[in-house]
Every structure is written in structure tokens, then in C-alpha cells.
Design a protein around this ligand. Structure first.
Ligand code: GRF
Length: 202
């Protein structure tokens, strides 16, 4: 039903309208999405965090799908079902990960496959994982950057939508380099999401 667009390399993706954002941390990327005026239908957080206050201040609904275990007993599949339920309650069409601290399992990809976007603070496929900025610094690269990509069940994998290079300076710390990358994320990620919401190729 509804209009859709065929996009080379990305398969058939129907036009989408409401955005669900997944966040866990300080939420500055979420803030950029809110400031850009994107139609955020819900913000899902996995723990109490600053992203919650940012969402509520902007009038966006928040669902705390609390992760109670970080140990080997964590039931990732059951947790992923709870995230799907939260997103569906708010009838979102596109899911944007924005620093979400829990790796999600098959149920999320079965429900929203091809319509989940991730922002990553490195030039994928280099430096996958949660410590991408630290790993880039440790490797001594002179250039790293930012990637937006369609998410798959494999972490930090999937078709690349947009990238931008960021220089590494001799006196950089993890924090200073991450902040320089986040400046790019805050500028570019909302543009990518806006394009997808409008059915355009980012
Ligand atoms: C971003 O760099 C994002 O790419 C990474 O986590 C960070 C989230 O930043 N996955 P913030 O909490 O929104 O400031």
C-alpha cells in the first residue's frame, strides 16, 4: 500500500513518515534530530539517560525498555521483542539508532528490516564496534570519520548510505576526536534521515 520508491542498491523501500529513535547516552545526536524538526514518533531508551530529558523537552514520547541484565543471562531475543512492541505502539516507519547501547537481535530486523539506520563514529568497514574512536586513535590513523548505514543483524554492517572523513590531530584524545566526529554526525545524520523519510536517496 502507499507510494514507494525503487532505490538502486537498497532494494524496494516504501515511503516512510514517522521516526523511532533508539538512544542510551547523552543524546546529542538525538538532540540534532529533534532540532532538525524530524517527525519523531517515539524515543526508545534502554536505561535512564539524558536522552530521555531531551526527548521530553521536545515533546516526543519516550519508552524506557529497561535492560535489567548486562550479564550472560541477558535474553537478547526477548528484549528485542520488547523494543519492537514499543516501536509498533507508536507506529513508526523508520528506526534511527543514535548511540543505543544494546545490540538488538533478529526480531527487530524481522519487523523493520531495511528500515533501520545506524550512525557510526568511524569510516566503516574500519573500526566497527563500541570503541571505534578509541580504536582509530590507537591505530594511529590520520583520518577517520563518520558513516550512516542501513543496519543488519551483523553489528555495524549493511549498505552504506553516507560517509564523511574527519582528520585526527596529533594531540587528540578520545573525547576531542569523538566530539569532532559528532559535529559531523549532528550535521549529516538528520539530513540522511530526512531523505529516507521523504523516499529520497541520501
Ligand atoms: C555517537 O557517536 C554514535 O555514533 C555512537 O554513540 C554516540 C552517541 O552520542 N554510536 P550521543 O550520546 O548522542 O552524544
Amino acid at each position: 500500500m502507499g507510494a514507494g520508491l525503487a532505490r538502486p542498491g537498497l532494494g524496494y523501500v516504501r515511503a516512510v513518515r514517522r521516526l523511532g529513535v533508539l538512544a542510551s547516552g547523552t543524546g546529542t545526536i538525538l538532540q540534532a534530530i529533534l532540532d532538525a524538526g524530524l517527525p519523531v514518533g517515539v524515543v526508545v531508551v534502554d536505561r535512564p539517560c539524558a536522552a530521555t530529558e531531551r526527548a521530553l523537552a521536545a515533546g516526543a514520547p519516550v519508552e524506557l525498555v529497561e535492560r535489567t541484565s548486562f550479564g550472560p543471562d541477558f535474553d537478547r531475543v526477548a528484549y528485542s521483542h520488547r523494543v519492537v512492541d514499543a516501536l509498533k505502539r507508536h507506529e513508526v516507519d523508520l528506526v534511527a539508532m543514535a548511540g543505543f547501547g544494546t545490540i538488538l537481535a533478529d526480531p527487530v530486523h524481522e519487523a523493520f528490516g531495511g528500515l533501520i539506520v545506524n550512525t557510526h563514529p568511524a569510516l566503516l568497514p574500519a573500526f566497527k564496534g563500541w570503541h571505534a574512536v578509541e580504536d582509530a586513535l590507537a591505530a594511529g590513523v590520520k583520518v577517520t570519520g563518520w558513516t550512516a548505514h542501513l543496519a543488519t543483524v551483523e553489528v555495524d554492517d549493511g549498505p552504506i548510505l553516507a560517509q564523511e572523513a574527519v582528520p585526527v590531530f596529533a594531540d587528540d584524545t578520545v573525547d576531542s576526536l569523538h566530539e569532532r566526529i559528532k559535529e559531523v554526525e549532528r550535521r549529516r545524520y538528520p539530513e540522511v534521515l530526512q531523505a529516507l523519510l521523504e523516499g529520497r536517496t541520501p
